[in-house]
Each structure stands twice: as C-alpha cells, then as structure tokens.
Design a protein around this ligand. Sequence first.
Ligand code: 13P
Length: 256
Amino acid sequence: MRRPVLAGNWKMHKTASDAAAFAASLPEDVRSERQVDAIIAPPATALDHLSRCFEGNAIRLAAQNMHWEAKGAFTGEISADMLKDLGVRYVIIGHSERREMFGETDASVNLKTKAAIAAGLIPIVCVGETLAQREAGQADAIVVRQTNLALQGVKPKEPAGLIIAYEPVWAIGTGKVCAADEADRIMGVIRDEVARSQGPAGADGTRILYGGSVKPDNMADLMRYPNIDGGLVGGASLDPDSFAALVRLSRPTPAK
Ligand code: 13P
C-alpha cells in the first residue's frame, strides 16, 4: 500500500515568525505523525526557521520551487543543495501558478524534476488542466502530456521518490473541489501515463495527490478513492488545527 501524503503549500503566506507560531501550536499527535508523510511548503524565507522548529519531529519540509542548476549566476534562484542543507526533503515543481505567472514550462519542469531527484530531494510535480481546457474536453490529453514531458528521462531510485499532484487549475482557491470520483478517474489516467515511463511497479508505488480547494470537510471523501494518495493543500493548510485535521483524515483506513 502507498503511504499517504498530506502537503500544505503555503504559497506567499506567513513570515518566518508566523511560521514559528504555527509550529508551536501544531497538535502533538500530528507533530509525531507515523502513518502519513506530513509536509509543509512554506515560503523559502521560513524554511530555515521551520526546520529548527520541527527538529526531531515527523513534519517534513518542502520548497515551493528550485532551480535545476547546482550553482551559478542565477540571481534570485535557489539550488537543490541549498534546500537540502536546510533539511528540506521535498520540492514542489511546476505549480500552475508558476506555469501561469512565472513562465514555468514543461521543459523547465522536466529539468527541475531530474535535478531534484539527482540531489536526493523528492519532487512533487504538479499537473492539471484549466477550465477552458476541461470545457473543451481536453483535460485527459493535457494531464497526459504534462506528465509525459515532466517525466522524460526521470528515474527515481524508488517509486516513493516521485510524487505527482493533480491540481485542476479551476479548483485552486475557488472553493470548487473536483468531484472525488472524477479526480480518481483522471488520476488513474495520470497513473497509466506514469506506468509508461516508470513501468507498472513504478506507477503502482508513485504517490499521486489531489489539490484544489481541499478542506477538512471534503478530505475523507477524496481519500476513499484508490488513486488518491493524499492532498496538496493551499488555503486550508495555513491554520494549524485545519492542517492537523487534514493529516488525521489522510491516515489509512481499513476500507482502503
Ligand atoms: P487551495 O487548496 O487553496 O485551493 O490551493 C491548492 C493549491 O494550489 C495547492 O498547491
């Protein structure tokens, strides 16, 4: 069985001090979580501080982005080694906000995914269609293409070393969650595409997360479905009690 993942993407929210206050009020059972990979992706400015706050705890850290080169004249960029040095284990790659607003392309997503794995980080690669693409009946083709291009030449040491997040753009921050059965269906399509590059065992072990208006009141329904291995959560991850509830709701149930 795949180990569930609950990742909070804080986007451009919280100073390092705000992040420390969040860490201090996170309930103990979640700080010492055993059944779920519980991850927070704060702004880069809070990574160092949060890494100290969570030392000895089960909570892991993700960056929201990285550069694919190891070092060099890339003003404003951060390398995988710089993240690892702060104790970061995961990195979100190709979030739709970066694709839409900051020129992220399928080619840069692929370079970053390969660089993250080479450096020993676990990439959380985001794919998902826009509303116009869904309405034009192109959702499946879009996510298949994004997954295919992201994974060109990608070889994690083990399937758990790669995470994909299906985030339909129309569901992000809108309160419109994708119906759980439809999310499961399209995530099955993504898993089939992962099988093409990683083989059946690789696809079977790859965690695929749903993202887009996940809240404590819709998480349990999503987690009932076989292709949904957890969530990538924006707004509802900013509050410690809500984040804790989401982690608890991601724990494996006998039914799954
Ligand atoms: P919301 O949960 O706020 O819709 O954001 C989803 C997201 O983009 C996570 O990466």
